[in-house]
Design a protein around this ligand. Structure first.
Ligand SMILES: [Zn+2]
Length: 412
């Protein structure tokens, strides 16, 4: 069996190396190598392909950000883990992925839009990587992680959400934002088209992104103001009530550069110093708060079950005490492979490793099978005269261990 594994890995490596088609993803390229070598027709190959497809069609977990998970891919269980997540247009996502395996392999990381077309938005084959994802539109995404065939692979994943733009006030904090979008102004005559961020007079006001200064002027409403353009067709950023401006028209600025200093000019002259901050698109002002609001970036703790990652444990279900393989543990839930190798997802793990089954097989010699069905494949002979452990059961089959072989025996 080992030699077959080694041969398959070698063959796949050769085919992968010969890959000369560049317009397909690393995942598709690997898939093609499995097809051209015939491995895709083997039972392991078929499982690898179907688990990848299932992961895309039925993502196991819907995740909340910030998110963290640990995955242990087992060579005997070809599987793919996938997550559903929402990308908000006002944010950027940082993905941190690290993968360890004996063969020094990476993992396929594929991100799709969760729509009927399953448009690909990112495709990588990586060992250790950090990348930032952002888009102009809010999107529902699916992240799929899958290793190559027949490898044991330990993968850690972290996804952090940050605001798309930097905070516009030096050393500012969320609590300094004290007047919000849409609040009535001038007795309801107009609505507040931005947010107000309070701090001491003279506090540096910082460019929230790279861009070009479009206007530097003084108006009745805004007092001393600076307009910054983000890209040719990008949004316009509006900094108002400045005590003084520190840039000139046409100047390019980098994120974090000082564009001016906080004040209370314009119609703010009777209020404490603050920055009026606005974002304008082609179709008018938008609520800017989530573009700058700092997020919680520390993921929740992993669910109970972390210590079982990569192990077989027995859990209690309606059908009996069944063995499962814990494949991933995250801050949301647990993914495991059931005794048929199918991927399942639960929120909490209730381990039941100390079961006391009353049943004893009374047939002296019986086959130990790989699955609790009459179609199961015999993997060893059971001997009732030798010591054995009953680990679990489902329906009329016992899951037991004898001579280091684990498998199923029909209960009589
Ligand atoms: Zn304001």
């Amino acid at each position: 069996m080992r030699r077959i594994h080694a041969l398959i890995i070698l063959m796949v490596f050769v085919f992968t190396s010969c890959q000369t088609i560049f317009n397909i993803s690393p995942y598709e390229s690997y898939l093609k190598s499995l097809e051209s070598s015939g491995i895709s027709k083997s039972s392991m190959g078929k499982k690898w392909i179907s688990s990848g497809q299932n992961a895309l069609l039925n993502p196991n977990e819907s995740i909340k950000l910030p998110f963290k998970s640990e995955i242990f891919f087992r060579e005997i269980i070809p599987t793919a883990i996938s997550y559903r997540l929402k990308y908000e247009e006002n944010a950027k996502l940082t993905f941190k992925i690290s993968s360890k395996g004996k063969e020094n392999n990476g993992v396929y990381v594929d991100i799709f839009e969760n729509n009927p077309n399953k448009n690909r938005v990112k495709n990588l084959y990586v060992k250790d990587t950090i990348f930032v994802y952002e888009n102009n539109n809010t999107q529902n995404l699916i992240l799929r992680i899958q290793p190559q065939l027949l490898v044991n692979q330990y993968v850690t994943l972290e996804i952090i959400e940050n605001p798309k733009l930097a905070f516009p006030v030096k050393n500012g904090a969320n609590k300094d934002i004290q007047s919000y979008w849409g609040v009535a102004r001038e007795g309801g005559f107009r609505k507040h088209e931005g947010v107000d961020i309070f701090n001491k007079k003279g506090t540096p006001i910082l460019a929230v992104e790279d861009g070009t200064i479009a206007r530097v002027e003084t108006t009745n409403l805004g007092g001393k103001v600076v307009w910054q353009r983000l890209g040719m067709f990008g949004q316009s950023i509006y900094y108002a009530h400045l005590d003084s401006q520190a840039v000139s028209v046409g100047q390019t600025v980098k994120k974090g550069d000082i564009v001016g200093f906080m004040g209370n000019t314009g119609n703010a002259k009777t209020t404490p110093s603050h920055l009026h901050f606005g974002i304008y698109t082609g179709s008018g002002a938008i609520d800017p708060i989530l573009y700058i609001l700092k997020r919680d970036t520390i993921p929740a703790k992993l669910k109970l079950g972390e210590k079982y990652l990569g192990n077989e444990v027995i859990i209690k279900t309606e059908n009996g005490q069944i063995p499962i393989n814990v494949l991933s543990v995250s801050s949301v839930g647990i993914n495991y492979a059931d005794y048929l190798g199918n991927l399942q997802n639960i929120n909490q793990l209730t381990i039941n490793n100390k079961i006391k089954a009353k049943y004893k097989p009374n047939t002296l010699v019986q086959n130990i099978m790989d699955e609790p069905f009459s179609e199961g494949i015999p993997i060893a002979k059971f001997n009732a005269n030798q010591a054995f452990k009953i680990l679990g059961y489902v329906d009329s089959y016992l899951y037991l261990e004898q001579n280091e072989v684990k498998g199923w025996v029909l209960k009589e």
